[in-house]
Write a protein that binds this ligand. Structure first.
Ligand SMILES: CC(C)(COP(=O)(O)OP(=O)(O)OC[C@H]1O[C@@H](n2cnc3c(N)ncnc32)[C@H](O)[C@@H]1OP(=O)(O)O)[C@@H](O)C(=O)NCCC(=O)NCCS
Length: 162
């Protein structure tokens, strides 16, 4: 991929493109896509301040990646990365890694000290878990049968980001 990825705040005009590729990944259930849409809309409206912050990665004048993160309520300096998805046509070109690294920079600026990312322990998510490990995240805990019987929650963290 020769063109440089541009990263900017998501706006409501990005919703349909982002939702299309989120669905196209085949990784999210309809109810999750609905929540992703709500989260994206809320972040685009800019409220509340730090809890949902949404950015898109732009290539060829269109969003090809989306990341949403926020400060975790009732914590001091902990942030969650809630969503990350890259258009399947653009995966494996380090777009996800660039979005994650950008967000780490934003979290650092906001005095964050710990990043938490939760994902599924299912076989389908093996590449996703590999992606987080490759980006320096450590498995901190698992919750058995969290998402469904046989589908565990894996909690990855990265500390010392400041
Ligand atoms: C996870 C996701 C965001 C990664 O984005 P991406 O731009 O494709 O990932 P990158 O190109 O930055 O990958 C960085 C490294 O992660 C690992 N990785 C990423 N995708 C992988 C895959 N499908 N299989 C194996 N390893 C993979 C590789 O080590 C890769 O480095 P390399 O290509 O130099 O070997 C993207 O695959 C995606 O949208 N997946 C579906 C949705 C999802 O799982 N979201 C997270 C929900 S918790």
């Amino acid at each position: 991929m020769k063109e440089m990825l541009q990263i900017r705040k998501a706006t409501s005009s990005d919703n349909s493109t982002v939702m299309d590729f989120v669905a196209a990944t085949g990784f999210f259930r309809p109810v999750e896509i609905e929540i992703a849409n709500e989260v994206l809309t809320e972040a685009a409206e800019g409220k509340p301040a730090c809890t949902y912050q949404s950015y898109v990665g732009i290539l060829e004048n269109k969003p090809v990646g989306w990341i949403c993160f926020g400060c975790t309520p009732c914590t001091l300096g902990t942030f969650d990365v809630y969503w990350i998805a890259v258009d399947p046509a653009y995966q494996r070109h380090h777009i996800g890694s660039q979005l994650l690294s950008f967000v780490e920079g934003e979290i650092r600026k906001q005095k964050g000290r710990l990043i938490v990312i939760e994902t599924s322990g299912s076989e389908q998510y093996l590449p996703t878990r590999g992606f987080y490990e490759r980006n320096g995240y450590t498995l901190s805990a698992t919750v058995k049968d969290f998402y469904a019987p046989g589908d565990d929650r894996w909690i990855f963290t990265k500390a010392e980001i400041s």
